[in-house]
Design a protein around this ligand. Structure first.
Ligand SMILES: CC(C)(COP(=O)(O)OP(=O)(O)OC[C@H]1O[C@@H](n2cnc3c(N)ncnc32)[C@H](O)[C@@H]1OP(=O)(O)O)[C@@H](O)C(=O)NCCC(=O)NCCS
Length: 219
């Protein structure tokens, strides 16, 4: 039995809880979530999310024995996920991945630590994925794609073989990326068709996508 604390307490964290329930029901692995920790969580401490308590904010982790407990980074937006993971690591936090049993990960693909992959995702041979990757359901990643750290792909995203994606990139649902490069910190809108390189920290939306400056980094 692996005890875990979830970082995050929003809709995505509840989706991860659902995946853990599937893992516990259909595989021999057993994961026991003991609580949620998130920014502002101290005011909700004691509340239950599907029967599991909110423990507090990140400071709660100072008293956790990380020989006994692992963390799961269940926060959708890359900017928030990176911030919380880096702070948790300073407190000794150790992370584990949560991979839905329906995911097909090629034996020739590589993935870093702390990933969350939801149902029916496919990763093809020789794809290389960085740390703290999140894919929602039905994501497809082609052969030889290279994907950075803290990337989030929303449901039904399709990434062509050989695409290069930087760090902290957020890709909205149903976006399709033809083989190209996406720079660090870019935000790709829902349903975008990406046909050429996206510069770092730009927003791309539309079909085919056009690029826009971002006033503020929301994702
Ligand atoms: C692309 C995105 C980041 C744009 O954010 P934004 O600039 O703050 O968008 P706004 O809501 O201010 O809309 C600005 C304009 O862009 C348009 N727009 C918004 N999202 C768009 C998209 N995905 N594709 C094309 N146009 C879009 C709006 O219609 C609006 O057009 P208008 O100026 O002609 O009225 C956002 O809409 C998006 O697609 N997010 C991804 C959501 C997602 O996948 N969530 C996952 C849930 S599981």
């Amino acid at each position: 039995m692996k005890k875990i604390i979830m970082l995050g307490g929003g809709g995505f964290a509840r989706e991860v809880l659902d995946t853990i329930d599937v893992i516990n029901t259909h595989t021999e692995d057993s994961i026991a979530p003991i609580g949620f920790v998130y920014d502002g969580g101290s005011k909700d401490a004691g509340n239950l999310i599907h029967g599991i308590p909110v423990l507090g904010d990140l400071s709660y982790l100072q008293n956790v024995d990380f020989n006994e407990v692992r963390l799961v980074a269940a926060i959708g937006r890359p900017v928030w996920r990176r911030k919380m993971v880096e702070e948790a690591k300073k407190m000794g936090g150790k992370f584990m991945s949560v991979i839905h049993p329906t995911v097909t990960l090629s034996k020739w693909a590589k993935m870093g630590e702390g990933a969350i992959m939801q149902r029916f995702c496919i990763v093809m041979p020789d794809a290389v994925i960085g740390d703290f990757f999140i894919s929602n359901g039905f994501v497809g990643i082609g052969h030889d794609a290279v994907i950075g750290d803290y990337v989030h792909m929303n449901p039904h995203v399709v990434i062509s073989g050989g695409t290069e994606i930087g760090n902290d990139v957020f890709i909205g649902l149903r976006a399709t990326v033809l083989t190209c490069r996406i720079g660090d910190g870019a935000v790709i809108g829902a349903c975008a068709l990406i046909t050429k390189d996206v510069p770092p920290n730009m927003m791309a939306k539309g079909m085919p996508a056009k690029f826009y400056e971002m006033d503020e980094k929301k994702y």
